[in-house]
Design a protein around this ligand. Sequence first.
Ligand SMILES: [Zn+2]
Length: 47
Amino acid sequence: MVNGFCMKCKKESTMADAKAAKMKNGRDCVKGKCTKCGTKMFKIGKM
Ligand SMILES: [Zn+2]
């Protein structure tokens, strides 16, 4: 499981469907959904 910060819950939450992705500048990031509210989450860094 990957942890990230949920903007909607305003606290750390685990990420569902976490997938490694790249930002436009080539940096690694992780995209997923908050397991609590379903909001899209985003985290800079590797999984
Ligand atoms: Zn949330």
